[in-house]
Write a protein that binds this ligand. Sequence first.
Ligand code: SF4
Length: 171
Amino acid sequence: MPFPDLKPDCSHCASLCCVALAFDRSSLFAFDKPAGEPCRHLDAGGACRIHAERAARGFGGCIRYDCHGAGQRVTQDIFAGRVWADEAERREALSRAFPVVETAHRLLVLLAEAEKLPLAEAAASRLTDLAGQIAGAGADGAALARLEGETQAFLGGLRPYVRARPEPERA
Ligand code: SF4
């Protein structure tokens, strides 16, 4: 089925992960940052000033992070490429939308993996239906909360297919 692009494309994103998400000071982030507030390392053009030194500067969490394509989808499809800079209202709206779409894309990644199993027709059809609903839900948090529950239940029902999958051959 046609999934949206599930690979991050930072060149078409308005640095949403550096703004919308919160992080706590830890071995992965050098300081606390609340959700919706631009990281202090972000420059006015939306670029990371310490990009090449993130690990050395205590931001290994940024290197590990994968939005599964939610960033460019929110920026381009939902907000039509309009950036958040200096517009508190739009920044808030983007910051609300991003975690919702990020959850949707995480579910789509799981469904894309499940699609590789030798599913029976009914299960394959249900997978296509769920993926279509998730992809079409945009940033509708209520719809996606419902679909997340339905997807988890659906994936739980695929255990017999996973168990029946042949073990990969060892070299
Ligand atoms: S350190 Fe750089 S990549 Fe990490 S959140 Fe801040 S601006 Fe973004």
